[in-house]
Design a protein around this ligand. Structure first.
Ligand SMILES: Nc1ncnc2c1ncn2[C@@H]1O[C@H](COP(=O)(O)OP(=O)(O)OP(=O)(O)O)[C@@H](O)[C@H]1O
Ligand SMILES: [Mg+2]
Length: 225
């Protein structure tokens, strides 16, 4: 496990993440500059890569701002009665557009009504899907399921990645904590912290079922509307 809530370590991790995203962006912009100066067409792949790096930097800033808003109890939250099936479907569609990874979607026939903020729930699902994509082996399938539960709605994101040991399971929802699977990958350890804060604002619960080597199932329980 790495980090935790130590200011110097957190600042170093934030600086490292920004530098890792900025360095290749700077190099690609130089390439584009040279293409323009020499009258060559600008390579579409270089532009797409630059845009992707800018998106990555923006999402780092958004996560840092959101965790500060959670601290101040000032995270914008606009709940209304909604069908969770629609929100889950939108989150999966957005993920499929941006990633080359098979995602199976299992939804019931009947509506799954809950009092929820669709944008915030999409943010939670995007984080869980991003983790499954980042930590599970390329090509392994991910399953997203939504179903009625005793007093609400249960949503699950399952992967066939490395899974989590008991000690990790207890710590990964804390901010700036990264686990064994994160070695060699980028990230600040904020995704699950924000997921937990947002699910708590819904009056719900979040957790993970996992055994090392057997993949993870992250689950969310939202109370009925
Ligand atoms: N699906 C998963 N399989 C295995 N390990 C996971 C999975 N999801 C999360 N983890 C572990 O939990 C840690 C914390 O996850 P979290 O999403 O909070 O942060 P991160 O992915 O490291 O960075 P960030 O989300 O800020 O980009 C990860 O570093 C990883 O070790
Ligand atoms: Mg993450």
């Amino acid at each position: 496990m790495t980090n935790g809530d130590d200011t110097a370590a957190v600042l170093a991790a934030v600086a490292h993440e920004f530098k890792n995203a900025l360095a290749p962006l700077g190099m690609t912009l130089q390439l584009i500059e040279r293409q323009v100066q020499t009258g060559q067409p600008v390579a579409a792949a270089d532009l797409a890569f630059s845009r992707a790096q800018v998106r990555l930097l923006s999402s780092l800033v958004d996560d840092l701002l959101d965790q500060q808003r959670v601290d101040l109890d000032a995270l914008p939250f606009r709940p209304a009665p909604a069908d969770a099936r629609a929100v889950v479907g939108e989150a999966v569609a957005a993920f499929r557009r941006a990633h080359d990874r098979a995602v199976a979607l299992e939804l019931p026939e009947a509506p799954l009504m809950a009092e929820l903020d669709p944008a915030r729930l999409r943010q939670v699902l995007a984080n869980l899907l991003e983790n499954a994509d980042r930590y599970a082996p390329p090509g392994s399938p991910v399953t997203v399921r939504a179903q009625p539960a005793a007093a609400g709605v249960r949503i699950e994101v399952s992967d066939r990645g490395p899974g989590l040991g008991p000690q990790e399971k207890a710590r990964i929802f804390q901010r700036f904590v990264r686990g064994a699977a994160s070695r060699g990958t980028s990230g600040l350890g904020l995704g699950l912290y924000l997921c937990q804060a947002i699910v708590a604002r819904h009056g719900g619960q979040i957790g993970v079922d996992s055994l090392p080597g057997a993949g993870c199932t992250f689950w969310i329980l939202l109370p009925n509307a």
